[in-house]
Design a protein around this ligand. Structure first.
Ligand code: 13P
Length: 342
């Protein structure tokens, strides 16, 4: 592993005031997103949508990296430029989702384990040859009713797989983005989310250490400590900021290169407000706190575009607006009044 390449890639990915755009939806997931706006999920429509997202020249001011799906990293813009080259031209690092999805975990009803380790070394080499400089692997952790889930087994096997993935990435000079997502689905309260997030992070970092993963070349992608979607009492923004930061302080080693959040179904403006509240109230944490949002960056643009070619430019403006607001939130300089002006 060339340490200096890994150092500079990590610094670029976690550059202050920039975040990651996640556009790595698998075929079933992009199918669902397209269906919500009446667009058919064909290869051409997916290419057109992803070209809209990628070829937004001003994005480089706010976005350090874009996570692509296998199909997309092999695709080209209409003028024939591969998407990964286009990103590099804009000063943005191409990244790649390398897991093969979460499948039911044998012996643990209602829980999942993420697959994709077989052949991963070879796939990473291939992606590296296609300019990928960072990768993502997502584990899914569900919170069950009345303290039933997650099981210790589910946390262990997912943490172990994240460790295997991260070590293989670093061997291939690719920065691993380690994503154990605690789902927001459920009626649990915020305290329960904090407890499960803490157990998850502790299991993950124990495995990373056991497997010799270099934390200074590792990015954590996590959910925030929020109330379950169906919980009657929703934690306020300041409370989400406080509980999330305290949980991270408790569980994330200072050596980790950076922490980026997923949006997990939060409304776009709420995801921005939460990130902003954390950076405004806690400016001196050991790691930068930034974003790696999928839906919270794409949603307004997707709803507006809805497959119509004459709306590409106006949809790009909506995407850029969310990118800019989240960039400001990385340094606690976002204000709700910016939304009114949009
Ligand atoms: P959301 O921000 O839509 O949760 O997606 C981020 C992501 O990459 C999930 O793996």
């Amino acid at each position: 592993m060339d340490e200096s390449i890994m150092d500079s890639t990590t610094q670029e990915l976690m550059a202050r005031g920039k975040g990651i755009l996640a556009i790595d939806e698998s075929l079933p997931t992009i199918g669902k997103r397209f269906a919500s706006v009446g667009v058919k999920s064909t290869k051409d429509n997916r290419r057109a949508w992803r070209e809209l997202l990628i070829d937004t020249p001003e994005s480089g001011q706010y976005i350090s990296g874009v996570i692509l799906f296998d199909e997309t990293i092999r695709q080209q813009a209409v003028d024939g430029t591969p998407f990964s080259w286009l990103l590099q031209k804009l000063g943005i690092l191409p990244g790649i989702k390398v897991d093969m999805g979460a499948r039911p975990l044998a012996g643990c009803p209602g829980e999942k384990v993420t697959e994709g380790l077989d052949g991963l070394r070879e796939r990473l080499q291939e992606y590296h040859g296609m300019s990928a400089q960072f990768a993502k692997w997502r584990a899914v952790i569900s919170i069950g009713e009345e303290g039933s889930l997650p099981s210790a087994c589910c946390l262990h096997v997912n943490a172990h797989a994240l460790g295997r993935y991260a070590a293989l990435c670093q061997e291939a000079e690719i920065i691993p983005v380690v994503e154990p997502e605690v789902l927001m689905e459920g009626n649990h309260d915020q305290a329960r989310c904090r407890e499960v997030t803490a157990r998850t992070l502790q299991a993950v970092f124990a495995e990373l250490e056991r497997q010799g993963v270099a934390l200074e070349h590792t990015v954590l992608k996590t959910g925030m400590v929020v109330s379950g979607k169906d919980c009657p009492e929703q934690a306020a923004i300041a409370q989400v900021a406080e509980q999330t930061v305290q949980c991270l302080q408790e569980c994330v080693p200072a050596a980790v290169a950076g922490v980026v959040f997923l949006s997990g179904g939060q409304a776009p403006t709420t995801a921005t407000a939460h990130l902003n509240a954390m950076n405004a109230a806690y400016p001196d944490l050991p790691w930068p706190l930034s974003f790696s949002y999928g839906r919270a960056l794409q949603e307004p643009a997707l709803q507006h575009w809805a497959g119509q070619a004459d709306r590409v430019e106006s949809a790009r403006a909506l995407l850029l607006h969310r990118e800019k607001c989240n960039s400001l939130a990385c340094t606690g300089r976002y204000a709700e009044s910016l939304e009114v002006a949009s």
